[in-house]
Design a protein around this ligand. Structure first.
Ligand code: ZN
Length: 132
């Protein structure tokens, strides 16, 4: 849970949230095999190396999967909203929300940020200009 990680200051995700406060989406890159991964982990999923560095993602992605939610889980959610998995151009998939227009699976999207009261902003995605 994102909220728990923020609340408890998980050292594995601390750099991610610090970057998010600067509106930078960062992912891990393995020093052993070069693969990228998200969400943050203490080791590389591909080769097991613990030598991971943070790199800034370019912020463009392709919609991999999506669904529109019509029932709010709590009052802070404004319905309808779209939950999606996007594939970052670096490779990793990321669960997020799609905003600012309709998308379809396979559409190109770009990074945006949703401000939150008293918390780091959340990375969300929107259609690229001229998209569907
Ligand atoms: Zn690796």
């Amino acid at each position: 849970m994102v909220a728990d990680a923020e609340t408890f200051g998980d050292p594995t995700t601390a750099e991610f949230w610090a970057a998010a406060r600067r509106h930078a989406l960062v992912i891990q890159r393995c020093g052993g095999c070069g693969s990228h991964q998200f969400y943050p982990r203490p080791f590389c999923l591909s080769c097991g190396s613990g030598v991971l560095t943070w790199v800034r993602a370019v912020g463009t992605a392709t919609v991999y999967s999506m669904t529109e939610i019509h029932m709010a889980p709590s009052p802070e959610f404004e319905i309808p909203y779209v939950v999606a998995i996007v594939e970052l151009d670096e490779g990793p998939k990321m669960m997020t929300n799609l905003i600012n227009g309709r998308c379809r699976i396979g559409d190109r999207v770009r990074l945006a940020w949703r401000a939150r009261e008293g918390k780091p902003p959340l990375p969300v995605f929107e259609p690229v200009a001229g998209g569907a």
